[in-house]
Design a protein around this ligand. Structure first.
Ligand code: ATP
Ligand code: MG
Length: 398
């Protein structure tokens, strides 16, 4: 029997969004279409709270398409399904041909039938009972467990066709990319900031990135590492413009003119001011950082207050309440962890003070900053900006 397979994507939270719903649905469809082209020609559309991804020929890479669909924010579940006609004969024949492979190794299963076409002659419990009986007769040793099955088989009778599938994997969750506006991520080479960027992208933010380097104190390879991280983030974020600004001269001036204990805080104020300018230039309405409360001296509450005073934009810090282990878990999930732990220096680790202030007073910090001509230094730093654009694949048009 020739089985026609499709990919079905389910979305969750979106369903609650009332009038926005159809615009969110079309955002998801557009994103899936943008993602699809490396994997072949697919027809992609939504109907009845489900997105259908139908391969148009045998050359389509279903696994590739499936994997990329799992990285599209806004989708909560992804599954492959076999399409059949809306008759019990066709459903039965499809179950025979399609399911034994999918159930191999499972000890228990249950069948869930969903019938959105109320004209279908059998009711859902009856469909479940018949298909359950059929599976028991096809597969040796498998049992029904309606409470905690290894695999849930679903038979859905919809408007045009019926669909048979086994199991469903989680999608990336959250809200569609770009549905919440644009934010500027301060991207270092560490573990935390790539995670922060992905977490905010998950809430619908389009991510633009800003990286500070301090060449020659930081190396060419440190910059490459950040580009690798941004490239990895593109798996979820689609496309990222990475802006790079040199802090070398600012750092040297702060080192030569200001008290060492304030050094990190002064640098952070400079970063925020430059980030604010960059955000204005590129239409970003918030900043995103990877800070986590109390993790290091510059992330105490008092230090964060000083940092926040340097910008009027909202600063999102999605890692603020996470432990390092939890952040590492997220970094593995988003695929950035292995790159993040490569040992290259960051501009924050150049000239680090021996005794950084953990309870800084804003007045004292600003008095230190007044020792240099900060406006001129920031202008000069901003002028060093270079931009690189990275995409999930070369011709992705986000
Ligand atoms: P990360 O793991 O993200 O580097 P961290 O724990 O090392 O964070 P810090 O070095 O204090 O913490 O940096 C705090 C935040 O400041 C980072 O999460 C990032 O958002 C931003 N940041 C730090 N260094 C840079 C940099 N070189 N370029 C851009 N942003 C930076
Ligand atoms: Mg860091």
């Amino acid at each position: 029997m020739n089985i026609q397979e499709v990919i079905l994507c389910k979305y969750g939270e979106l369903v609650l969004k009332g009038a926005n719903r159809s615009s969110f649905e079309s955002m998801l469809v557009k994103e899936l279409r943008r993602r699809a082209s490396p994997y072949g020609v697919f027809r992609i559309y939504y109907r009845q709270s489900t997105i259908y991804i139908e391969p148009q020929n045998d050359a389509c890479d279903m696994q590739g398409m499936y994997d990329t669909a799992r990285k599209v924010f806004g989708i909560v579940g992804v599954t492959r399904a076999a399409v059949c006609d809306k008759t019990m004969d066709s459903i039965t024949e499809t179950v025979r041909a399609y399911l034994p492979d999918k159930l191999a190794g499972a000890r228990t299963f249950k069948v869930e039938a969903k019938r959105s076409d109320k004209q279908f002659p059998l009711k859902s419990p009856e469909i479940s009972r018949q298909i359950g009986g059929l599976i028991l007769s096809l597969m040796r040793g498998i049992r029904v467990d309606v409470h905690d099955p290894d695999v849930t088989v679903t038979v859905e009778v919809r408007d045009e066709h019926a669909y048979v599938r086994a199991g469903q994997e989680n999608g990336a969750g959250g809200l569609p990319l770009r549905s919440a506006g644009r934010g500027l991520l301060l991207l270092s080479g560490g573990i935390d900031s790539p995670v922060a960027g992905c977490m905010m992208a998950k809430r619908g933010l389009e991510i633009e990135a800003l990286h500070f380097e301090s060449f020659p104190y930081t190396s060419e390879r440190a910059r490459e590492k950040v580009m690798t991280l941004a490239q990895e983030m593109c798996e979820f974020c689609g496309r990222i413009h990475v802006h790079v600004i040199s802090l070398t001269h600012i750092q040297e001036m702060l080192r030569d003119s200001c008290e060492e204990d304030y050094f990190t805080l002064l640098l952070r104020i400079c970063m925020m001011r430059l980030a604010e300018r960059c955000a204005a230039q590129f239409g970003c309405d918030c900043l995103v950082t990877g800070e986590s409360l109390g993790q290091v001296a510059s992330q105490t509450l008092a230090a964060i207050r000083v940092t926040d005073s340097a910008t009027s934009l909202p600063v999102f810090r999605p890692c603020i309440g996470l432990d390092k282990e939890e952040i590492v878990g997220q970094a593995r999930h988003y695929g950035t962890f292995e790159t993040s732990i490569l040992p290259f220096e960051d501009c924050c680790t150049v000239f680090t003070p021996r005794h950084p202030k953990t309870k800084p007073q804003l007045g004292a910090v600003m008095a230190e900053l007044a020792k240099v001509d900060i406006d001129a230094l920031l202008d000069e730093a901003y002028a060093t900006m270079e931009t690189v654009t990275l995409r999930v694949y070369e011709n992705y048009r986000g």
